[in-house]
Design a protein around this ligand. Structure first.
Ligand code: FAD
Length: 320
């Protein structure tokens, strides 16, 4: 069994930052990632642009040069590949961590490929793997998607976009501008206030002028191969439909975290228990880093403001 000072679960930006700090401190470490490098970013929409300027996404003092002040997904993938290469990070890709258990101060980490031991473990799991489901009949049809990549497949198609936050708005606008017939079905009575301030007027004006149809205070109740039935304040309606893009958000892997022994606050966000100065959870030697720390408040932590977690964790490990 391989033994390490630190095992980092997840090779997202913050998992990589933890690996860099471990390496700087001379700790033995490995980062274990179930998908490709920066797996979540890889699955973001192809044409997305980050809301942060590139220097605010930098880790490990590796400069992030982009063509525009705000980088796009392709530049970010290039950047994080460059970071992993220049720091010669020890990363195992396409290996899923199935369990982390602690016994007498040592953590046993069981993966799809083997078992490891570590004095400390960081869970930098992100939140992008588990979409919130609509839980309606027909959700398992192939025309229903919880991830969006690019607009081309939706050209001249009747699409329903579910949701009113940033992802839903971006998808509605991009597919509309590339020739889709877009209807938004929105549970709330307005586009969310959290939508990027430079995008919100655009979607509101498209809705006002009728080029994007919208049903507020409405929910999807059934999906069939050629239609979507929705519940609106004016009664149920059946919309002709080719594709449903359910942009209803994602959630951290709470079950996995619970199985690791992590406790949660009894609050609206199911926030995991951790010490905000060290990132240590209630399980000794088990740390949280990155966006996963916010629980269901998935916009609380992002790359910009959680890069610092890596330094806090390694400083705490070195104290011992
Ligand atoms: C469309 C979009 C735009 C964004 N723009 C910005 C921005 O401009 N600026 C900004 O600061 N933030 C932005 N964010 C947020 C940012 O991308 C996330 O906060 C960031 O990815 C968090 O990094 P992380 O390392 O905590 O998690 P992630 O990047 O999600 O990484 C978690 C990793 O853990 C892996 N993993 C999970 N479970 C396991 C397991 N059991 N075993 C092994 N590996 C596992 C996952 O595959 C994943 O690679 C954006 C997010 C989205 C969705």
């Amino acid at each position: 069994m391989e033994k390490y000072d630190l095992i980092v679960v997840g090779a997202g930006p913050i998992g990589l930052a933890c690996g860099i700090e471990a390496k700087k401190a001379g700790l033995s470490y490995v980062i274990i990632e179930k998908g490709c490098l920066v797996n979540s970013l890889y699955h973001y929409p192809l044409n997305m642009t980050f809301f942060s300027t590139s220097e605010r996404l930098e880790i490990g003092n590796v400069p992030f040069i982009s063509h525009q002040p705000k980088p796009n997904r392709f530049e970010a993938l290039e950047y994080f590949r460059r970071v992993a290469t220049s720091w010669e990070l020890n990363i195992q890709l396409y290996e899923t961590v199935n369990a982390v258990s602690q016994h007498e101060g040592t953590h046993k980490v069981s993966t799809s490929k083997g078992e490891y031991e570590a004095a400390a473990v960081v869970l930098a799991l992100g939140f992008y793997d588990l979409p919130f489901l609509l839980n309606v009949p027909g959700e398992d049809l192939p025309k229903v998607r919880h991830y969006y990549d690019e607009p081309h497949p939706y050209y001249r198609q009747k699409i329903v976009v579910v949701g009113a936050a940033n992802s839903a708005v971006d998808v509605a606008l991009e597919t509309y501008r590339k020739g889709a017939e877009v209807t938004m079905v929105i549970r709330e009575d307005a586009i969310r206030d959290s939508v990027k301030y430079w995008v919100k007027p655009d979607i509101e004006n498209r809705i006002k002028e009728g080029s994007i149809k919208s049903y507020f205070n409405s929910t999807v109740i059934r999906i069939t191969t050629d239609a979507v039935e929705i519940k609106t304040p004016e009664g149920n309606k059946i919309l002709e439909n080719d594709f449903v893009l359910a942009m209803t958000g994602y959630q951290p892997p709470f079950d996995f975290m619970k199985r690791c022994g992590i406790q949660f606050h009894d609050d609206d966000y199911h926030t995991p228990v951790y010490d905000e100065t060290t990132m240590k959870t209630n399980v000794p030697g088990l740390y949280l880093a990155g966006v996963v720390c916010g629980g269901l408040k998935t916009n609380k932590w992002f790359i910009e403001n959680s890069r610092i977690h890596a330094e806090m964790i390694v400083a705490d490990i070195l104290k011992k």
